[in-house]
Design a protein around this ligand. Structure first.
Ligand code: PMP
Length: 409
């Protein structure tokens, strides 16, 4: 069988060779619990702190503002639930309820954390719409802010359609809003961004972005699964949600994922190499532009979902008339090509993507969509093979659905 082609880098990435190499000794010889006082522990605490410094360098933050988690899902849960927990750590009047603003296209771990808070009555939530281009408008955000708003959570890059949100602009707007609120003695609004799909290609300088909380995941940046980070700006009103030991500045109890954190550190060293990062970004961007142009040219009635330019270099979402995305995915899988119809966490479900519906697409249009996400190992040759197979598969599926429809006429 021909070599398999992986075009699902937004779901996960392979671990880099140097990352694996860095991790190996920490499974066997250097296995001490970083919280232990003896030498075994001291040795591993040092490498945990090395990763903390690499992450801090990347985010332009202080190492003491970095909290290691098991991934972006946990980091996002901690961000949202931790802010609510802090709110309720002070005695509140029964009518006092915090308000959260987020968007309708967030990852399920953000959306479901918000929905859970609504359900148990601990918060009110506004889900901002996005325009047809998949981007939130600042005016809508400004209008959604209320005196009782405590948190705004907007993702940096959409994992499904790859569009970029104006995080820096939101940060600037919020700093003005917060200055006015201080005079009115209203609570400061905390700004969180889920940067999981942004870390490979975008500047995540937290001061520039104006964020108080930022989450990301190791397995999207060629580090192992089960690692993640929540940046917590010093002084942010947030409380831990996982009780236990005093790890992570008492923000997240539980023995460290030592090998994972070592791997994350090695991956961060690569991300901190600006020259290399820029080179990879250009290479991936070029391939993406080639992919978009060729698919739209060669496949009739194909469209690009989301904004044409305001997008990340590696995620593309296409729509094809009269084709089921699931059928396409399965057919391509039989050919050894891995793509996706949306986020991996929910693609087992046959519900249309909430993100595509939020763009205003009809159910059948959302069902006719396919996510292709590339990475640093993707080649032009792989894309050519993919496009060739895609073209044939789309035509075949259209023919079948045309025949079925004709039979029912
Ligand atoms: N947020 C976004 C935007 C993501 O793409 C993902 C992964 N699909 C997550 C959160 C969840 O990350 P993790 O797998 O590390 O829990």
């Amino acid at each position: 069988m021909a070599k398999k082609i992986y075009l699902d880098y937004a779901a996960t990435t392979p671990v880099d060779g140097n990352v694996l190499e860095a991790m190996l000794p920490y499974f066997t010889e250097k296995f001490g619990n970083p919280m232990s006082v003896h030498g075994f522990g001291q040795e591993t605490l040092e490498v945990i702190d090395n990763t903390r410094e690499e992450v801090a360098r990347f985010l332009k933050s202080s190492p003491t503002e970095i909290v290691f988690t098991s991934g972006a899902t946990e980091a996002n849960n901690l961000a949202i639930k931790g802010v609510l927990r802090s709110f309720y750590s002070i005695k509140r009047k029964p009518e006092e309820k915090p308000h959260i603003v987020t968007t309708s296209i967030e990852h399920h771990c953000v959306l479901d954390s918000c929905k859970a808070a609504q359900k148990d009555g601990s918060a009110e939530v506004t889900y901002l719409p996005v325009h047809k281009d998949g981007i939130v408008r600042l005016d809508d955000l400004k209008k959604a802010v209320r005196p009782d708003t405590v948190l705004i959570s907007v993702m940096f890059v959409s994992n499904e359609i790859g569009t970029l949100q104006p995080i820096e602009e939101i940060g600037k707007m919020l700093s003005k809003i917060n200055a006015e609120r201080e005079e009115e003695k209203l609570p400061k609004i905390i700004f969180h961004t889920d940067a999981t799909q942004a870390t490979n290609y975008w500047d995540c300088d937290v001061r520039k972005l104006g964020v108080d909380l930022l989450s990301f995941s190791g397995h999207k940046i060629y580090a192992p699964k089960g690692t993640g980070v929540l940046y917590v700006k010093k002084g942010t009103a947030i409380k831990r949600i996982q009780d236990g030991g005093d790890q992570e500045y008492k923000m997240r109890g539980g023995t460290h994922n030592l090998t994972g954190i070592v791997g994350l550190g090695a991956a961060m060293v690569s991300l901190n190499d600006q020259k290399n990062r820029e080179k990879t970004k250009k290479q991936v961007e070029k391939l993406r532009d080639y992919l978009i142009a060729k698919v739209l040219k060669e496949i009739p009635k194909s469209y690009l979902n989301g904004h044409k330019e305001k997008r990340t270099p590696n995620i593309v979402n296409f729509r094809f008339d009269d084709v089921e995305g699931e059928g396409l995915l399965l057919s391509l899988d039989l050919e050894g090509i891995a793509v996706s119809t949306g986020s991996a966490c929910s693609s087992g479900a046959l519900d249309p993507s909430h993100v595509l519906l939020a763009l205003g697409l009809r159910h059948e249009q959302a069902h006719g969509s396919l996510r292709v996400s590339i990475g640093k190992h993707t080649t032009k040759q792989e894309l050519d093979t993919f496009i060739k197979k895609l073209k044939v598969t789309v035509a075949r599926l259209r023919k079948i659905s045309g025949n079925v429809l004709a039979e029912f006429k």
